[in-house]
Write a protein that binds this ligand. Structure first.
Ligand code: ATP
Ligand code: MG
Length: 257
């Protein structure tokens, strides 16, 4: 067991260190794979370049993502160990705000124990139905090997829109080949997932999820189906990725030294 240190609130990396703490706790409980800790480190390095703030292009992606979520007939929220460890409660909030959605557990490093632990974690926040865990309702994504291709017959398999935050590129590309519309949250604008998705939100999932939920609530009250379609149709993911990279390149920190 790793002992906790008290992080002062005025520490410049306070939020980042708190997320790390949650991830390490998740690892100790068995929710997060060792490789998940490394994947988080990759994300952190890009967050550094963003100044650990939600940037303008991410806000545009969030707007388009919430429009697509509302328009979807069968949206699925895919959850892995890292997502469960750092934002299980917001995932459940997102599911509540979308009337037709379901939550499916999908693990890159699959074990039944981890699946059970993630399921228990999600239930703590009121989630009753969890897909991806019943072997009798499991099928396979074509063109992917091993456990990574497992999907639920009542979930991703029949979905039209899949939300795959912090996802591996191979799976995202395979889901695109199945004709799914893909929304991701990924701090790396150059990852294969960010490149292959229809809507990439280049932001930390911890910051992005509350904004996605707010945007869904706003559009549910204020926008027509036609307006939502216009938002989705006018969205260009390549532009968003380029704008995000430009912001990272022009990071102002160096000029302060
Ligand atoms: P790809 O397989 O898409 O090319 P990768 O192999 O570099 O990407 P993976 O480990 O497969 O990375 O996927 C995890 C992704 O999640 C990475 O792109 C990483 O930057 C991103 N990531 C990690 N932590 C966070 C976080 N807290 N918020 C948003 N994105 C994150
Ligand atoms: Mg990968």
């Amino acid at each position: 067991m790793i002992s906790k240190i008290l992080i002062p609130k005025n520490h410049p990396r306070y939020c980042s260190l708190k997320i790390r703490e949650k991830l390490v706790e998740g690892f100790e409980k068995g929710l997060v794979a060792r490789e998940g800790l490394i994947a988080h480190g990759r994300g952190e390095s890009f967050d550094y370049l963003l100044g650990e703030k939600t940037i303008e292009p991410a806000l545009k992606s969030i707007d388009a993502a919430s429009a697509l979520f509302i328009l979807a007939e069968h949206p699925v929220i895919s959850v892995n160990g890292n997502t469960a460890a750092i934002c299980a409660s917001q995932i459940c909030d997102l599911n509540r705000s979308l009337e037709k959605s379901s939550v499916e557990i999908n693990l890159f490093y699959h074990t039944h124990v981890r699946e059970e632990l993630i399921s228990t974690e999600l239930k703590k926040y009121g989630l009753k139905k969890i897909l991806g865990i019943d072997p009798n309702r499991s099928t396979q994504i074509p063109e992917l090997e091993s456990n990574r291709r497992k999907v639920d017959l009542d979930g991703i398999f029949v979905s039209d829109v899949v939300f795959v935050p912090l996802e591996d590129g191979d799976r995202t590309i395979a889901l695109k080949k199945m004709d799914k519309k893909i929304i991701t949250v990924d701090l790396n604008p150059l990852s294969r997932t960010a490149l292959a998705s229809d809507i990439s939100i280049i932001d930390n999932i911890v910051r992005a999820l509350p904004r996605i939920i707010k945007s869904i609530e706003y559009h549910k009250k204020n926008s027509t189906k036609k307006e939502l379609k216009e938002i989705v149709d006018s969205f260009n993911n390549k532009d968003i990725l380029n704008e995000s990279l430009d912001i990272m390149r022009s990071n102002k920190m160096l000029s302060k030294i």
